[in-house]
Design a protein around this ligand. Structure first.
Ligand code: SAM
Length: 273
């Protein structure tokens, strides 16, 4: 059992005549130690089923499979999806891997219920992919994702922070998130022109049903579509002309801005609808 290094990544890319696509965020990790460090962020047990989005040439895939867990990997690029089982068989014969050649943005069902997410997410769709997975797969208990540094800061931001916004709040509906380390640009091929960070998440108990979530998310979208306005005005598109009194009834100051409220404040307001 061995992990992928820089030489093998380049050989695989040459074999596939792969010219890494910027649009698909194809920057491949060439350092197996970093992949093992990422996997160590989550507690994988013998009961788990891991999920990886965008396995690419398989660097992180091999580090996940090294733990002995079954893995479902979703890859949009058919050349990479076809090659992955061949690479895995060469490094870890008999590993329990299912590769699905699909867009992770639209995935709504899987052959097994995933419990742990480990992924170096495609950067241009990382937030919608993460939110889609948290929504569609309640079995996902925890995970670690590598994303662009600015996106990581937004996901993990708390109220009042300059990075706090829609991604922080919508992900907080599902889970508790925290920053889990920086990743050097030099461990990728090709080297990206952005920095990367890890975000760890753990799902918390549900805060409401789907109807109620839609109300909360509508309030979040309204508050941040007019970020500089007080919530009594910004939320009037959802709450109507009685916006101010509805917010007051929830025990929230209607002159605050959306960035001052945590998820429980949005929930309190939504309960008044
Ligand atoms: N996990 C690999 C690694 O760490 O070396 C590759 C990560 S690379 C940043 C992102 C991968 O996601 C690429 O393999 C790309 O083809 C794939 N990808 C891009 N958009 C996707 C989507 N919407 N659904 C599934 N995979 C996608």
């Amino acid at each position: 059992m061995s992990l992928l290094g820089a030489t093998e990544i380049r050989e695989l890319a040459a074999k596939l005549e792969l010219n890494p696509s910027k649009g698909l965020g194809q920057n491949f990790v060439i350092d197996g130690n970093v992949c093992q460090r990422i996997v160590r962020q989550v507690q994988i047990t013998s009961e788990d089923v891991a999920l990886e989005i965008g396995p690419g040439l398989g660097s992180l895939t091999l580090a996940i499979l090294e733990t002995g867990t079954p893995l479902i990997a979703i890859e949009i690029d058919d050349r990479l999806a076809k090659q992955l089982p061949i690479t895995v068989e060469a490094h870890n014969p008999g590993a329990d891997l299912i590769v699905i050649n699909k867009d992770a943005l639209v995935i709504s069902e899987l052959p097994r219920n995933p419990t742990v997410l480990v992924a170096n997410l495609p950067y241009n769709v990382s937030v919608p992919v993460l939110l889609n997975l948290l929504e569609r797969f309640p079995s996902l208990r925890e995970g670690v994702v590598m994303v662009q540094a600015e996106v990581a800061d937004r996901l993990a931001a708390k109220p009042g922070n300059k990075d706090y916004g829609v991604p922080s709040l919508k992900s907080a509906w599902w889970a508790d998130l925290e920053l889990a380390g920086n990743i050097a640009r030099s461990i990728f091929w090709p080297v990206p022109n952005v920095d990367s960070k890890l975000v760890y998440f753990k799902r918390h108990s549900p805060l409401g049903d789907e109807d109620f979530r839609h109300k909360v998310f509508a309030l979040i979208d309204a508050a941040f579509s007019q970020r500089r306005k007080m919530i009594r005005s910004a939320m009037s598109s959802v709450l109507g002309e009685n916006s101010e009194s509805i917010i007051k009834n929830a025990g929230i100051d209607p002159t605050l801005r959306g960035e001052a409220l945590d998820i429980s404040a949005y929930i309190a307001i939504a309960k008044q609808i």
